[in-house]
Ligand binder design. Sequence first.
Ligand code: IDP
Ligand code: MG
Length: 149
Amino acid sequence: MAEQTFIMIKPDGVQRGLVGEIIARFEKKGFYLKGLKLISVERAFAEKHYADLSAKPFFSGLVDYIISGPVVAMIWEGKNVVVTGRKIIGATNPAQSEPGTIRGDYAIDIGRNVIHGSDSVESARKEIALWFPDGSVNWQSSQHSWIYE
Ligand code: IDP
Ligand code: MG
């Protein structure tokens, strides 16, 4: 199967009306949308998603942030989508994110950085299994041969 990543538009991105803009960036790049839902998650679920960060001082604030409103959970697929997705998103701290990236263009503070993207193929696999237990939607784009040589 082609590489997949888990992308989540955080509650601030939903509240600020950035859902369409963010989806458009991944679509126009040529990645394929293979899963999509608007969902509010409970504290225990958010803690599981961010389990690797449980020792960090900002952990409880981070969990409060993620459960503060609905998020848009997505699976995106394509060649190198994990690494390229992180580039489209930009550096964790928007103060260091390049203009042209999502965080560089739409965020100011690290604790309100609009979007999440898996940091490796292995975390993508885990995060997709957590957020999409039924797996991804199987479809093929009719544009495939216009995007890949
Ligand atoms: P990432 O989202 O770029 O992968 P991580 O280090 O995995 O960054 O951190 C997860 C999320 O935790 C960040 O996107 C951000 O929302 C939040 N976060 C990270 N560092 C801080 C911090 O120092 N203060 C507040 N929130 C932070
Ligand atoms: Mg991370």
